[in-house]
Design a protein around this ligand. Structure first.
Ligand SMILES: O=C(O)CCC(=O)C(=O)O
Length: 294
């Protein structure tokens, strides 16, 4: 068993979710714990916390109604940033700049156009190189809010090591897959638990997923079979961890002309996705896949 990652122990109980973390997050930045840019207040009337951050002198409050717990076993959708186009625009500018290789230390990649045979491009960067201000917001504040609403996410350590930036044209898709960690055995893949944070920008997409369950008799994780569609909008943050960390998911399609805030994508339309997660950074994991894998 690899000691370098966070794994679930498979106990014989449907609530067997305690971590046996083999993690060595070492000197990695734990933005959930260390960030001082966001604060929580506890309103007395409903006994739930609210978190407020300040972005460019503007307060952004994570309201309860903007947080949707899709599954208590580990999926949360945070819609707070839908109504913060300035933050979305800054994130888009950063992602396009990084994908083009215009951020220090980041090698760019090729963009799809109407003439190319591929419909998306992506690159991985080490989490430490991902813009720390955005990491504080997405992996710090939003992750903290997700944990407040979905308690199982508190059982496992966050361990962000890779930031994947992806641009999809309006024809882009991504086939069914689990977010595996390269180098782990199939048995180890099955036990990964540390959360993934995935942010959408630009046009809406139809994201589809299959919910995992824990077999009550064997205590083992079972993969879901029923596909459920979710329309992701610009600014949305989807967090999945714990029992759902390895759920099957795909991007069925991008919906053109749904960039409601008319965000400037520098001549492009389509959609950007930022995915932050545990993993091993491979510099060669960069490029423009030729197939949509559907
Ligand atoms: O674009 C998305 O919303 C999902 C991205 C994804 O699943 C991946 O990069 O593995």
């Amino acid at each position: 068993m690899s000691k370098n990652f966070n794994f679930r122990s498979e106990k014989v109980s449907s609530s067997s979710t305690a971590s046996t973390s083999g993690s060595s997050s070492g000197n990695k930045k734990d933005v959930t714990k260390t960030s001082s840019m966001f604060k929580s207040t506890k309103p007395t009337e409903n006994n739930s916390t609210t978190t407020t951050i300040t972005y460019k002198d503007m307060p952004i409050t994570f309201k309860k109604e903007d947080v949707e717990v899709i599954s208590n076993s580990g999926i949360v959708l945070i819609k707070t940033f839908r109504n913060h186009p300035n933050l979305q625009q800054d994130l888009i500018n950063y992602c396009l700049s990084a994908l083009r290789g215009n951020e220090e230390g980041i090698t760019g990649t090729e963009f799809p156009t109407d003439e190319t045979t591929f419909q998306k491009c992506f690159l991985d960067i080490p989490f430490e190189q991902f813009n720390s201000k955005f990491a504080d917001i997405i992996c710090g504040a939003a992750m903290k809010v997700a944990k407040e609403h979905c308690k199982i996410l508190q059982d496992y350590q966050d361990d962000f090591r890779i930031a994947q930036l992806c641009y999809y044209t309006n024809k882009g898709k991504l086939g069914w897959h689990r977010d595996r960690i390269s180098g782990l055995t199939p048995e180890e893949q099955h036990l990964i638990v540390s959360p993934v944070v995935s942010m959408s920008l630009g046009n809406d997409s139809i994201f589809s997923y299959k919910l995992n369950t824990i077999n009550e008799t064997t205590g083992k994780l079972e993969y879901g079979t029923e596909a459920i569609d979710l329309q992701l909008k610009s600014g949305d943050i989807l967090i999945f961890g714990a029992t759902q960390r390895m759920f099957y998911h795909c991007v069925k399609r991008i919906i053109p002309s749904t960039n409601h805030h008319k965000l400037d994508m520098d001549g492009l339309s389509g959609r950007i996705n930022i995915t932050l997660r545990e993993g091993t950074y491979y510099p060669e994991n960069i490029g423009a896949p030729t197939a949509n894998l559907f």
